[in-house]
Design a protein around this ligand. Structure first.
Ligand code: AMP
Ligand code: MG
Length: 491
């Protein structure tokens, strides 16, 4: 009775609903085995919430599963098909180096995709090798963990195993497989794929499936597909505002990298902004700044418009009316986003109530930060702690004037200084995963096999609002001599 033994030991509990969609949405295939898998990092807390036994996952058999050499009981591995606009150009894509093992039902009854990334070639690999290098997989592990700790919806990283096989990029690099956990891997690109290559029935099956999985509170008397569109818009408005508030730059907001469930997905060239500058871009391939920090809300709106287009045949039988319905929903994104952003900015400045001039106050601070190259995270954290030192911004006349206005504004609310400080403390992280610190941790792990640097870093990142003494060393911006930071995707 392998099945019951498996259940007791590791806790795998699959129910694979995606595999019940029409066949055009996926290709069944097993992972490609690797020669000598070795577990290098495991998120035991996440394992526990999934109902998985960490010790079993660390056993030889557990590691074989995390590497794709063996399948857990109940898995039905498949590569998902999707399309997507990459830098504005539509392409057929799909999981080219990832496989969905299945959906784990947790002890709380929640459903999570268990996906292996770097698990070998698939029918959607195009020219790629289907593999992933260790550095980028550890990078995804670090940043997704930091995002989770910051309170930002994200896919999670359960484990990274090295494969014992090299992958060829610009140089030979050690290969790895990441286990990614997501509330689903449904993407805007999945709908684009259905709209482009499926029938209306296929599209409807996908939409109904998505509603069932993510938006099951739909009411019988609603236009259910309009509800789907509106809910996806709401979730993205909230998500992108959260990114902006902490200075997160996704780097490759292609429509295939926008998750319908509202989680941040695909940690390729992402990075956090140091000095405040809306034009900040880290990705080496984003030469025109399409996905720059300040553009993210517009790009999200653009992606959502592509999503809305896919739903037209379902929104109304009359095309003109369908377009009108879709446009009505899309037109709300800007205000929804702005509302979340403004609320978040007020909180960052310790403001509880609302005044019309708040936006000007916020803008003036950001303008001064931009002008003087002030560090985004550390400026807000200094305002929180009231320690206005070590930042050129604080000695400028613009800031002095702004500070007075801010103090006056604070005095016009009934809440105490303490509660205002507390609000700021929980709204302004003391710590973000600084690029040079991420690189330092990756270098130690990948080049020297030393994971202690990364483990210490993960530890301080797990409580970004704590402002503990151990965190201080990690909060310094990079030395200007480091030059501009560059990130790479598809690695
Ligand atoms: P990304 O830039 O990570 O969103 O990937 C874009 C597309 O390229 C997706 O369809 C990926 O599955 C695919 N892809 C990325 N890297 C590889 C690789 N090494 N082998 C095969 N496909 C890949
Ligand atoms: Mg992608």
């Amino acid at each position: 009775m392998t099945k019951s033994k498996e259940k007791v030991e590791t806790g795998w509990n699959f129910d694979n609903s995606y595999a019940r969609l029409p066949q055009l949405f996926f290709s069944d295939l097993p992972p490609t085995p690797v020669s000598s898998p070795k577990l290098v990092i495991l998120n035991s807390r996440l394992a526990a919430t999934l109902g998985l036994n960490s010790e079993e996952l660390q056993s030889a058999e557990g590691v074989e599963i995390l590497a794709g050499n063996q399948l857990p009981e109940g898995a039905s591995p498949l590569a998902q098909a999707y399309g997507g606009h990459q830098f504005g150009h539509f392409n057929m894509l799909g999981d080219g180096r990832a496989l969905l093992l299945g959906e784990q039902i947790t002890p709380q009854g929640e459903r999570y995709d268990i996906q292996l990334k770097g698990s070998g070639r698939t029918p959607y690999s195009r020219g790629g090798d289907g593999r992933a290098a260790l550095g980028p997989m550890l990078r995804e592990y670090i940043i997704s963990g930091a995002m989770q700790a910051l309170g930002i919806p994200t896919t999670r990283s359960l484990a990274v195993v090295t494969t014992g096989e090299p992958v060829l990029r610009e140089t030979k690099l050690p290969g790895a497989v990441l286990t990614r956990i997501a509330s689903s891997h449904l993407r805007v690109g999945t709908f684009q794929y259905a709209a482009q290559w499926g029938t209306t029935n296929d599209l409807q099956a996908l939409a109904d499936y998505t509603i069932e999985r993510h938006f099951s509170d739909v009411k019988a008397d609603m236009n259910r597909y309009l509800f789907l569109l509106q809910e996806v818009i709401k979730k993205q408005a909230e998500l992108i505002a959260k990114w902006q508030l902490v200075g997160f730059i996704h780097g490759v907001m292609n429509t295939d990298n926008m998750a319908i469930g509202g989680e941040t997905i695909d940690y390729g060239p992402c990075a956090f902004m140091d000095a405040y500058d809306p034009a900040t871009v880290f990705s080496s391939i984003d030469t025109r700044g399409r996905y720059a920090y300040g553009n993210q809300p517009y790009i999200a709106g653009w992606n959502l418009a592509r999503f809305a287009e896919t739903l037209l045949p379902l929104l109304h039988e009359n095309q003109e009316q369908a377009i009108e319905i879709a446009q009505g929903a899309i037109s709300e994104f800007g205000d929804l986003y702005h509302g979340h952003w403004l609320a978040g900015m007020r909180a960052k400045l310790g403001l509880f109530n609302e005044e019309k001039e708040d936006e000007t106050l916020i803008k003036n601070l950001l303008d001064a930060m931009y002008k003087h190259g002030a560090d985004y995270t550390n400026t807000f954290r200094a305002l929180t702690g009231g320690k206005l030192e070590g930042n050129v911004l604080f000695d400028t006349p613009e800031f002095t004037q702004w500070y007075e206005q801010w103090q006056e504004r604070l005095s016009r609310q009934k809440e105490s200084t303490e509660s205002s400080q507390e609000l700021m403390r929980t709204s302004n992280p003391a710590l973000i995963p600084r690029n040079h610190r991420v690189e330092e941790a990756l270098k130690a792990a990948v080049e020297d096999g030393d994971y202690s640097v990364m483990e210490r870093f993960l530890d301080v990142l797990s409580q970004p609002y704590a402002d503990s003494p151990e965190q201080e060393a990690y909060s310094a911006p990079p030395d200007p001599s480091c030059g501009p930071y560059r990130t790479f995707c598809g690695t």
